[in-house]
Ligand binder design. Sequence first.
Ligand SMILES: NC(=O)c1ccc[n+]([C@@H]2O[C@H](COP(=O)([O-])OP(=O)(O)OC[C@H]3O[C@@H](n4cnc5c(N)ncnc54)[C@H](OP(=O)(O)O)[C@@H]3O)[C@@H](O)[C@H]2O)c1
Length: 239
Amino acid sequence: MGLNAGGRSASLGVPMRPRVLMNMAMSFDGKATSASREPTEFMSLEDRRRMFALRARADALVVGAATALDYDTMGIPDPRLRAVRLRRGQREHPLRVIVSGSLGVSPSAKIFRAPVAPLLLIHSRRASRARRARFARLAHALECGRDEVDVRRLLDLLGAEYRCRTVLCEGGPTLNDAFFRAGRVDELFVTLAPRVVGGRTAPTLVEGRGFPRLAEAPAGELVSCHRGKIEWFLHYRFR
Ligand SMILES: NC(=O)c1ccc[n+]([C@@H]2O[C@H](COP(=O)([O-])OP(=O)(O)OC[C@H]3O[C@@H](n4cnc5c(N)ncnc54)[C@H](OP(=O)(O)O)[C@@H]3O)[C@@H](O)[C@H]2O)c1
């Protein structure tokens, strides 16, 4: 099927938008981490395995600038999952996408030293030329939006230019907000971890601007609810 520059199927005239999965872990009280914003450490081995199985479905893995600092590679460590991907005709690891509107992310972060798969750095017009120059040899920087990164445009780009059919967003809470406000979350996977974190400033699953009125808040439909050894694994559909 041919594609034109706007990311549309030339024959059908419909946008080639990838399906978006979002995967997050949260405490009993809905927190994605503590107030000190340390890497989320309440994941069990079982949850980690589920996370990688989900990641193995994705053509692209998208994370925000703060979350990117938590990662070594954003790849898939299990060679069996990688082999399944190759048999399906996918690349061994998903395309890696980091959203950093101002390009405030540090070029010395370890994620920029791990050459497992191509790395796109998506910024807005707020990113100065000097900041873009810092990533010249580390990632492919692309402007996508004026003040904040426009999630709809980003997904159109991933569908049209990078042939992505399934995109996985692994947070964090600020980026999740942009995906929900853009109305582009199709499925949400939540691990309910047996912890109470508390604290007014500890981020919840979705931060940012959110939805000022309950009537506008997206409502999910429960697909499945699996009881693990210590956690509950919830799967919701939004569209
Ligand atoms: N529990 C979990 O499953 C889970 C998952 C992921 C992360 N976390 C935790 O969450 C914490 C980080 O939270 P966070 O909300 O700060 O993370 P985040 O969304 O990964 O990063 C926020 C940064 O990403 C960029 N960004 C996100 N959305 C954008 C948009 N629409 N347009 C432009 N830029 C955008 C901005 O970067 P610039 O400042 O460069 O513009 C922003 O400052 C960490 O402690 C992490 O460990 C938990």
